[in-house]
Ligand binder design. Structure first.
Ligand SMILES: NC(=O)c1ccc[n+]([C@@H]2O[C@H](COP(=O)([O-])OP(=O)(O)OC[C@H]3O[C@@H](n4cnc5c(N)ncnc54)[C@H](O)[C@@H]3O)[C@@H](O)[C@H]2O)c1
Ligand SMILES: [Mg+2]
Ligand SMILES: [Mg+2]
Ligand SMILES: [Mg+2]
Ligand SMILES: [Zn+2]
Length: 454
């Protein structure tokens, strides 16, 4: 396409991207002051100005674009961020700048790659204030606070408002939020479980107004045995419901709400499964803002010393993308219950007395017959179904013959890097990639972005 065929806007975008690629800081700054939206535009190459500045080693341009608040996590059509690009081309000073976390911790851990993937269910919107869980007076005061937020759960599913896709950034479900007056009768019921989730994290001081001095709102989750139709009557909005497919619907929240749901649902699921003392079978009492169950039998061993049975459990699971020794293929498998055509990373529960590296090696060999050598941790994800912690790793195979354990896996296959890229793009997909909310998706994307030939 010649420049004559470009619209005025497209031409401006191309000029801006060209300035970033050439390292023309003056032109980049002038154009940004005229049109700030240029910062997120991509040209025909599918690259942003940040990617082009990073590709060509223009530190001042990258610095200026970051100062203007550009999104350093956006990716090109090969799923590479500007950081991946700078690293690949050996512009260390730029990859260090792009990989730096806000607290400057990269300087404390030199050489560490602290560009951490944020996974769905991982965002901490609330400050958990765990020290306040034992402060009964403070907790009771918060319960009836005028700005306190309550979330209602039935059978560990949150009450939500279903939105049209465009209503909410990234989410189709929104949590229904209630005030004390609407739920206070429920709190009196013996079968109700109340969890203190935390208080909203304070925004920057500059955004505080007159009520900036007020304490930030506390959040609680309530699970009751009241009929779900009765619970819905408390809500005046029309679209409120308890989702019919709870597990799938948990993937439809915004990043902020997903983090809160992960916390609340895992703790509530623990209460619903551990209502009696696991040590002696007696009844228990909920304590510490819903984070402890103490045995009511005064002779019980669980009351002496610290017993982990009194606290909510988390089950660690390794999930790994196994890379072929040639570096150009990865191993994916499918369970019978997966949607048709979907392949995902292998995964399995860590067993007692096992390191995560050994768990990776054992699960991969059990499920696919492939032997694994080096294992590298990448990122993790709370997975509240009911209470897993998915520990995401890359692993390098040292054998390649596949023999699946048919009890767990229907099929496992090596996929070429290009097949994986095509599946991400949706062009001639060889298989379906798991949804973006899963750490499996993010691990596969990470591998694609890591060692591609730019
Ligand atoms: N977020 C993601 O991307 C993602 C992807 C894959 C799996 N997962 C989750 O990881 C979990 C584990 O994966 P898997 O099923 O392949 O594990 P797995 O390969 O270890 O096999 C599951 C079997 O392990 C046994 N098991 C051992 N400890 C267990 C425990 N604490 N709880 C339940 N079963 C236990 C059971 O017999 C169960 O059938 C799944 O339940 C799934 O929810 C999440
Ligand atoms: Mg498994
Ligand atoms: Mg297994
Ligand atoms: Mg297992
Ligand atoms: Zn007991």
């Amino acid at each position: 396409m010649t420049s004559l065929q470009l619209s005025a806007k497209e031409e401006m975008v191309e000029r801006f991207l060209d300035a970033a690629a050439r390292g023309d800081l003056n032109q980049v700054s002038t154009m940004l002051s005229q049109s700030s939206s240029l910062i997120k535009q991509t040209g025909y190459s599918g690259w942003t100005a940040l990617m082009l500045g990073a590709r060509n080693g223009h530190y001042p341009v990258v610095e200026a674009l970051l100062a203007h608040g550009c999104d350093k996590f956006s990716v090109n059509s090969s799923s590479q961020t500007a950081y991946d690009i700078a690293k690949f081309w050996g512009h260390r000073h730029i990859s260090n700048l792009l990989g730096r976390t806000d607290d400057g911790s990269q300087r404390v851990l030199p050489g560490a790659d602290l560009h951490q993937q944020e996974n769905y269910f991982s965002r901490e919107t609330l400050d958990r204030l765990s020290a306040k869980r034992t402060d009964k007076v403070w907790l009771e005061d918060k319960q009836s606070g005028p700005n306190t937020v309550y979330l209602l759960f039935s059978n560990c599913s949150p009450m939500v408002t279903s939105l049209q896709e465009d209503d909410n950034a990234g989410g189709e479900n929104q949590l229904c939020r209630f005030r004390y007056e609407t739920v206070k009768d429920l709190l009196q019921k013996p079968a109700t479980v109340l969890i203190f989730l935390g208080v909203e994290k304070r925004k920057k001081p500059s955004s505080q107004t007159v009520d900036g001095m007020r304490e930030p709102p506390a959040w609680f989750a309530v699970n009751t045995d009241e009929d779900s139709a009765e619970l819905l009557k408390r809500c005046r909005e029309k679209n409120c419901c308890f989702p019919k497919t709870p597990n799938r619907d948990l993937l439809k929240f915004s990043e902020e709400e997903a983090g809160i749901v992960a916390q609340a649902r895992s703790v509530l699921a623990w209460h619903s499964r551990y209502s009696f003392c696991p040590t002696c079978g007696s009844s228990t009492r909920v304590e510490e803002g819903g984070y402890k169950r103490s045995c009511l039998n005064s002779d019980c061993r669980s009351l002496k010393g610290v017993h982990n049975t009194c606290y909510p459990r988390v089950d660690p699971v390794v999930i790994m993308l196994v890379i072929h020794p040639d570096g150009n293929q990865c191993l994916l498998g499918r369970k019978k219950i997966f949607p048709v055509g979907m392949f995902s990373c292998l995964a399995g529960f860590i067993e007692p007395g096992e390191t995560l590296e050994e768990a990776v090696r054992r699960e991969v060999e059990e499920e696919s017959g492939v032997k694994v050598g080096p294992v590298q941790y990448i990122s993790c994800q709370p997975w509240p179904m009911p209470s897993n912690l998915m520990i995401g790793c890359l692993a390098v195979a040292i054998s390649t013959d596949i023999k699946v354990d048919e009890k767990e896996i229907e099929e496992a296959r090596w996929f070429q890097r290009q097949q994986v890229i095509d599946s991400f793009r949706g062009t001639r997909p060889a298989f379906t990639i798991p949804p973006r909310q899963t750490i499996a998706h993010q691990l596969i994307r990470h591998w694609i972005g890591m060692n591609s030939n730019l």
